[in-house]
Design a binder for this molecule. Structure first.
Ligand code: CP
Length: 323
């Protein structure tokens, strides 16, 4: 495995499977009364977050602490970045202290790639702008495998604000690495430009028609029923203009409503509903769907700790053995 995790494309299928297998062992640690293993004793991990986060930041901190690493949280607002210090000077300053890894969230796409060129420590991308969020894709794959087993040939539908979604960009790489077929659905205004050039492969399709896709009526990689639906957050903080007329209209056309959930479950009682969080309840997903038996939203959060422990283990421990 490479020294950094900057993009889901950095990981081969074999490496993704190795991380997910290690995450199963880490999940066992997570279930113990005493959640501590010595694997990263003496290692120092810096969580450097220039954008807000609840799930990613806390799960990386917990993951590091449970593996006995020293973890330190730095945010843009509380650091000298607020006095105008550049990202390069910030990371080189911290790197000079002798740390082992940076976990970075930044509003600029490509920021983590740049940091990797400036520091000696490992760099893990915890979400960079609208580019990628590779550990989210790993935890989503882990959660799906827990419910569905092998993902080969499984059909995953990803719905919502694709334009601003780093989760979607990482997921289409990781899910397809594992053999799943992916259909992405969005209004035309939230479909990334140029996406048609990605969709020639058999395992990838695009659509503007959510109901047709959920009915298994899609084309290309979208045929043959639906195993999982991943709803994406409408990222209003990244929108400068009007991408849809009203919130109500968005929900009617692209929301996972009670009616859509009912017809999905009717067709496939084992369908899996995912959302990376945070959710806009009532906009892209209704409370009925978010809290349904088929929803794995909290399982995704739980998997986030185990998967991030596994990523830290593979990047930093240098050991071949499971914990
Ligand atoms: N899914 C996700 O990245 O959530 P946070 O922004 O809370 O970390």
């Amino acid at each position: 495995m490479t020294r950094h995790l900057l993009s889901s494309a950095d990981l081969s299928r074999q490496e993704v499977e190795a991380i997910l297998t290690t995450a199963e062992s880490m999940h066992d640690v997570q279930k113990r009364d005493v959640k501590k293993i010595p694997t990263l004793r003496g290692r120092t991990i810096i969580n450097l977050f220039f954008e807000d986060s609840t799930r990613t930041r806390s799960s990386f901190e917990i993951a590091g602490k449970w593996m006995s690493a020293d973890t330190i949280n730095i945010t843009g607002k509380g650091s000298s970045a607020s006095k105008g210090e550049s990202l390069r000077d910030t990371v080189r300053t911290i790197d000079a202290m002798g740390v082992d890894a940076f976990v970075i969230r930044h509003h600029a796409s490509g920021a983590c790639q740049q940091v990797a060129g400036w520091v000696d420590a490992s760099v893990i991308n915890a979400g960079d702008g609208t580019h990628e969020h590779p550990t989210q894709a790993l935890l989503d794959a882990y959660t799906l495998r827990q419910r569905l087993g092998d993902l080969d040939g499984r059909h995953v539908v990803i719905v919502g604000d694709l334009t601003h979604s780093r989760v979607f960009r990482s997921n289409i790489i990781t899910l397809r690495r594992l053999g799943a077929r992916v259909t992405v659905v969005a209004p035309p205004t939230l479909m990334p430009s140029g996406i048609d050039s990605w969709s020639e492969a058999d395992d990838f399709a695009t659509s503007y028609d959510l109901d047709a896709v959920l009915a298994g009526a899609g084309t290309g990689g979208a045929g043959g029923g639906v195993d999982a639906v991943m709803m994406l957050r409408v990222q209003r903080e990244r929108m400068s203009g009007g991408y849809f007329p009203t919130a109500r209209e968005y929900t009617v056309c692209y929301g996972l409503t009670r009616e859509r959930l009912a017809s999905l479950v009717d067709a496939n009682p084992d369908v899996v509903i995912l959302h990376p969080g945070p959710m806009n309840r009532g906009l892209e997903i209704t409370a009925d769907a978010a809290d349904a038996e088929q929803s794995v939203v909290l399982a995704q959060v739980s998997a986030g700790v185990a998967v991030r422990m596994a990523v830290l283990y593979h990047l930093l421990s240098g050991e071949d053995i499971a914990p």
